[in-house]
Write a protein that binds this ligand. Structure first.
Ligand SMILES: Cc1ncc(C[n+]2csc(CCOP(=O)(O)OP(=O)(O)O)c2C)c(N)n1
Length: 333
């Protein structure tokens, strides 16, 4: 029997509606990207495609606590962030197919998803590029006197990049409403985090700027949600930025072109057991928020939605060649 009551947990109360919304989002991220892998190997996508399998708890946990008018920036590993932010699967898949109906009108592809409508300010191929953009959005929100919040996602490797430090400094100096969310998956392509960073605890880098920094279990959706609730509240109240290091792992190679031969199979096996989806499933069922049959139904609906996105992408037209130079500037809209 499914209970409508709030689940009593160590987290902020979570009701059935929110639990199912989180479940739907995390399953969409996984299902969509498993389909991306199939489509990539069938030659439907061009260039590099970086999947997010394993890291979904971070996207679901943080982005689902945001309002539609809050801002997000991402990296080249951006499909799932875009979906969590509300960009329709059809628009993301069509973009991956390079079609005119894609969210970046077929001009961006996998690494450059963008949606002004959803305040998704971009996936960025150059590491660290999303950080100053998110900082600018946070500054604009403060300048305009709105209570919007800006969140940037990036990897552990990026925290040795200059823009990271410059932006942390400015964010504290100007008390900007921003969350710096590091997805520490332990690897930067083939470089292990501990071999590249003099300080391996990334959250401690916040100390240098007198900013709160937290370590978060990035394989646990509800822990990410809890960290998001706290940091977003702080940002909206005008109390300034937070650095959140989410420990996580990618289940696939760096990109779909990477044979993933460098990582120890034992390490991969260890992290596979931390898969955030069964963890969330178990929580929902144990708390009596939904039955196994209801969750199955959601999975089926998501599968149908992803198949529909593929069909839409296939049926959509290519951007016309005579529009090659269109959309380079905002006024081309
Ligand atoms: C400015 C810049 N330098 C180098 C690269 C090449 N590069 C692509 S991915 C990557 C590793 C980034 O690792 P991390 O930030 O940990 O993100 P992850 O891939 O683990 O999500 C590098 C160095 C780049 N894209 N941009």
């Amino acid at each position: 029997m499914v209970q409508e009551q709030l689940a009593p947990t160590k987290y902020d109360p979570i009701d059935r509606q929110e639990a199912l919304m989180l479940y739907r989002d995390i399953v969409l991220g996984r299902t969509f990207e498993d389909m991306c892998a199939q489509m990539y190997y069938r030659g439907k996508m061009f260039g590099f495609v970086h999947l997010y399998n394993g890291q979904e708890a971070v996207s679901t946990g943080f982005i689902k606590q945001l309002r539609p008018d809050d801002y997000v920036t991402s990296t080249y590993r951006d499909h799932v962030h875009a979906l969590s932010k509300g960009v329709p699967p059809r628009a993301v898949m069509a973009e991956l197919f390079g079609k005119a109906t894609g969210c970046s009108k077929g001009r961006g592809g996998s690494m450059h998803l963008f949606s002004a409508e959803h305040n998704l300010l971009g996936g960025f191929a150059f590491i660290g590029e999303g950080i100053p953009i998110a900082l600018g959005a946070a500054f604009a929100a403060k300048y305009r006197g709105t209570d919007q919040v800006s969140v940037c996602f990036f990897g552990d490797g990026t925290t040795n990049n200059g823009q990271f430090f410059e932006c942390l400094n400015m964010a504290v100096l100007w008390k900007l409403p921003i969350l710096f969310v590091v997805e520490n998956n332990l690897w930067s392509i083939g470089m292990q985090h501990h071999r590249a960073s003099s300080v391996t605890d990334i959250y401690r880098k916040a100390d240098a700027f007198d900013m709160p920094g937290y370590l978060v279990d990035g394989m646990d959706t509800l822990e990410c949600r809890q960290a998001a609730i706290k940091a977003i509240k702080r940002a909206r109240a005008g109390e300034g930025p937070t650095l959140l290091e989410c420990s996580t792992y990618r289940f696939r190679g760096h990109s779909l072109a990477d044979p993933d031969e460098l990582r120890d199979p034992k390490e991969k096996e260890f992290w596979r057991k931390q898969d955030p989806i069964p963890k969330l499933t178990k929580f929902i069922q144990e708390q009596g928020l939904a039955s196994a049959a209801e969750l199955k139904l959601i999975e089926q609906e998501i599968r149908a939605e992803v198949e529909d996105a593929v069909q839409f992408g296939e049926d959509s037209p290519e951007p016309p060649v005579d529009e090659l130079y269109r959309f380079q500037f905002a006024e081309d809209e």
